[in-house]
Design a protein around this ligand. Sequence first.
Ligand SMILES: Nc1ncnc2c1ncn2[C@@H]1O[C@H](COP(=O)(O)OP(=O)(O)O)[C@@H](O)[C@H]1O
Ligand SMILES: NC(=O)OP(=O)(O)O
Length: 313
Amino acid sequence: MTKRIVVALGGNAILTDDPSAKGQIEALRYTSKRLIELIKQGHQLIISHGNGPQVGNLLLQQAAADSEKNPAMPLDTCVAMTQGSIGYWLQNMLNEALAEAGIDKQVASVVTQVVVDENDSAFTNPTKPVGPFLSEAEAQAVTAETGDTFVEDAGRGYRKVVPSPKPISFVEYPVIKAMIEQDFVTISAGGGGIPVKQAEFGYEGVEAVIDKDFASAKLAELVEADYLVILTGVDNVYVNFNQPNQEKLENVTVAQLNNWIAEEQFAPGSMLPKVEAAIAFVENNPKGKAVITSLENIAAVMGEGSATFVSVD
Ligand SMILES: Nc1ncnc2c1ncn2[C@@H]1O[C@H](COP(=O)(O)OP(=O)(O)O)[C@@H](O)[C@H]1O
Ligand SMILES: NC(=O)OP(=O)(O)O
């Protein structure tokens, strides 16, 4: 039976060890081949993706801009730029994979604006890690020069943090919905969506990066998806992660996850938002399941391999 599946692509589905455009296109070529396995099985794919590494790199490139003739772009515009570039690469690679598989299906990216609350406490408490991983000494040197805030990111090094308000609504949702109804493969809410606030007539950008897992959960809720699949660097969520007594989670409920959240089992800025997004989706859509796994293990969604499945109870 056809399932409606929202797939949120994490960092390493797009950027492996080569951050050049060519390297990211290659990573997305592989990713697309894996993704269309679900289309081959007759399922409907609704794709979103992250942009943390890319938007952080773009911010670093902005620092090289001169102030008048070649001005630095604000963060919301940088999010739009990464949404555009990743969407462009991904739609091309999906088209290629579909053509190779002899499947005639349209793919398109939607430049997606996501409304946030300008009074969200995130604006005074930046938590979203973006850009490259630095050593502690490198991070301290950048902070001394720019005033940027860095945090240690899940044992992998230090990353700059930016405000990450919660997504409220999708400006382009009627368009996304119409495309889904036509059975087009949609790429939307890239990089969590371009953060905007309501203006008198229309919308105005705000400087932030929305967490793509929260945006994807909201999208999955709106489209009443059967599955929200969050693809990341690990096959499963763990308790006691990276410790000798780490324990793989396979089928878990919201109540169990809430207990582990209280024990601080999931790293803020990396696994915690994924777990929270999974909870939000199944609580608002109790018939749906959330799945956290790796791209390599995507077949687990249909029962072939290891993944963490979250259900409401
Ligand atoms: N409890 C945990 N269980 C599994 N992975 C965890 C846990 N805590 C932190 N992590 C780390 O979080 C990473 C996923 O977050 P991140 O790489 O920021 O996401 P994304 O794939 O969306 O870019 C995993 O690859 C893993 O290294
Ligand atoms: N915007 C966002 O959450 O990106 P990452 O998933 O790449 O961190």
